[in-house]
Every structure is written in structure tokens, then in C-alpha cells.
Design a protein. Structure first.
Length: 306
């Protein structure tokens, strides 16, 4: 429809996401790629290609590149609705893809489970919690995506207020009104090098390594984009300030790295406490030496750091 030949549908459990995806595919005449069709698609492309991302980081990166290319090439040939499978990540840069997130409040989803499977509330709550946990773990582990973040999508649909038919009409209207991004528009602010395409000069090698990890998972970042005044003199001049190392816009989170032992970071900790007092709305996390070394070991970067 219009500028979009692909719809990716991400959904919470029992949010009617599956039903919406199926109905959209029939209304538009698009092919529906669900789990079964996904396996057929990948096996037809290469019998050796796993339907799930590999565990090993290097293999996973190659898998994502190959599958992403396959989907982008498919989008040039025919229209389809991709149900789940990390589509919002694999086709994040595809201008032909419209990304949809379908949600519903927990009480609504709980009621649907109770009605569909004829379970009591306690059992239904356990089913819902376990399925939510598995889905979140899968997407975060293999795709590095906080999949509930609305910034990954063109449209977020709450089916507590609409049935399947009404939901589809809202999605179709949103697709009509959504303009494709100007080429390079989004990347001009969030590139691998940081803000506004200016080359980044890192203060410490650990920061560059951390940026490489973020790039690997496709997590957008800015390097020291904001300085927070912490103390002023009697004339209003700033005498103390703090600039966190990274900002992750998709998580609205600042990250401060420190490779010192935790007991030696009291000055930095004091500044961060003051920052939280003065700017309570700001979310910030400190990655200490032990956490950073664990990350390096996981990504096999420790030798480079040394």
C-alpha cells in the first residue's frame, strides 16, 4: 500500500497481533510470513541457514546481514506481512517497511488467555508472564532490541479499544499518512561515529570498545552529547559539571564508563549522586570495571583493551 510493500508486526502475547497480521495480509493481498513460512523461506534460500540467530556473536552478525539482505531483496519483488521474527530490527533501514507494534493492557491479555484456554486467573497469569519473558529475552539476546520501545515503530496499536477489523482500518490509515524518510535523514543524527556525523575522538580506548559493542547490536548512541552543570558560584558561573560518556536515545539512558576499581571512583560517584538530585528525570547507569571486564570477555575484546 502506498510507499510500503512490507509490514512488520511485533506483538505482545494475546494482543490480537496474529489476527491483525492475518487480516491485513488478506485485505492488502500481501503474503503472510509467519513462523512456518519463515522456515520455508530461509530453507529455500539456503538449507544451511538456521531459522533462528546463532548463539555465537560473529555468526549471529553474519546471519543478520544475510537474512536482512534476503528480506530487502524480497521486498523489491513482492509485498508481504512479516509476523515477529525480529522484523523491526532486520528491516529497520528498509524504506519499504512499515513497522507495527500491537499491544494491550495486562488485564485484557489475561482475560483473553482465560477465555481461549479456559484457565483460572492464577494459571493464566503464569502463562502470560512466562511467554512475555521468553519473547523479551529472545529479542534482547539475539537482536539487542528493547522491542516494547515505541521508537522502533511507525505505529503502536492498543487493541483494548478496537476489534480486529477496526484495528486494521487504523493501521491502513496510518500507512497512508506515513511519509517515507528522506534518504539519510535519520542517520544524520545517529551514525556509527556519533552526533551530526562529526568524527568522534574518544577520551579512553574503553569508550571506543564500548561503542563497537553498541554498533554490533545496532543500538544508536551519542558520545558526550550533554554536560550537566552541578555547582555554581555566587555570580552564577558553573564551577562543576558532569558529562556522561554515552547517551542511548532508544532507551533514554545515559551511560558512564569507569575502568577504575569501584572503591576508587568516589569522586565520580559523588558527581552522579548530585546529578540525580538536581536532575531526577535523567536516567543514568554506571558501568564499573568488573562489569566492563565481563563485557570484554563476552565479546573477546580483552586482549585489544590490554
Amino acid at each position: 500500500m502506498g510507499n510500503f510493500s512490507v509490514i512488520t508486526v511485533s506483538r505482545e502475547v494475546e494482543s490480537l497481533g496474529d489476527e491483525v497480521a492475518l487480516r491485513l495480509s488478506r485485505i492488502l493481498g500481501y503474503e503472510l510470513i509467519n513462523r512456518e513460512q519463515w522456515m520455508v523461506l530461509l530453507e529455500g534460500h539456503s538449507p544451511a541457514l538456521s531459522p533462528e540467530p546463532p548463539e555465537e556473536e560473529g555468526e549471529r552478525e553474519r546471519w543478520m546481514a544475510e537474512v536482512g539482505k534476503l528480506l530487502e531483496e524480497l521486498a523489491e519483488k513482492r509485498a508481504f506481512v512479516l509476523l515477529g521474527r525480529g522484523g523491526q530490527k532486520l528491516l529497520a533501514r528498509c524504506a519499504k517497511a512499515f513497522h507495527l507494534l500491537v499491544v494491550a493492557p495486562v488485564p485484557v491479555r489475561l482475560r483473553r488467555i482465560m477465555e481461549r484456554y479456559r484457565q483460572d486467573e492464577v494459571t493464566a497469569s503464569r502463562i502470560l508472564a512466562e511467554q512475555d519473558r521468553q519473547r523479551e529475552k529472545f529479542l534482547l539476546r539475539f537482536f539487542g532490541v528493547d522491542w516494547r520501545n515505541p521508537l522502533h515503530y511507525h505505529f503502536v496499536l492498543n487493541t483494548a479499544f478496537y476489534d480486529v477489523e477496526e484495528s486494521c482500518q487504523l493501521v491502513l490509515e496510518a500507512m497512508k499518512r506515513t511519509r517515507p524518510p528522506v534518504s539519510g535523514q535519520q542517520e544524520s543524527f545517529f551514525t556509527r561515529e556519533g552526533f551530526l556525523e562529526k568524527p568522534v575522538v574518544f577520551s579512553h580506548p574503553s569508550e571506543e570498545e564500548f561503542a563497537r559493542i553498541l554498533d554490533f547490536y545496532g543500538i544508536r548512541w551519542l558520545y558526550e552529547p550533554r554536560t550537566f552543570p552541578l555547582e555554581w558560584d555566587s555570580e552564577g558561573n558553573v564551577v562543576e559539571a558532569f558529562a556522561p560518556d554515552f547517551y542511548l536515545p532508544d532507551f533514554d539512558l545515559f551511560i558512564e564508563l569507569t575502568t577504575q576499581k569501584q572503591k576508587l571512583t568516589w569522586r565520580k560517584n559523588r558527581k552522579i549522586r548530585k546529578l540525580k538530585e538536581l536532575y531526577p528525570e535523567v536516567k543514568i547507569k554506571v558501568v564499573y570495571a568488573r562489569d566492563y571486564e565481563h563485557i570484554l570477555r563476552k565479546f573477546d575484546l580483552e586482549d585489544d583493551h590490554e
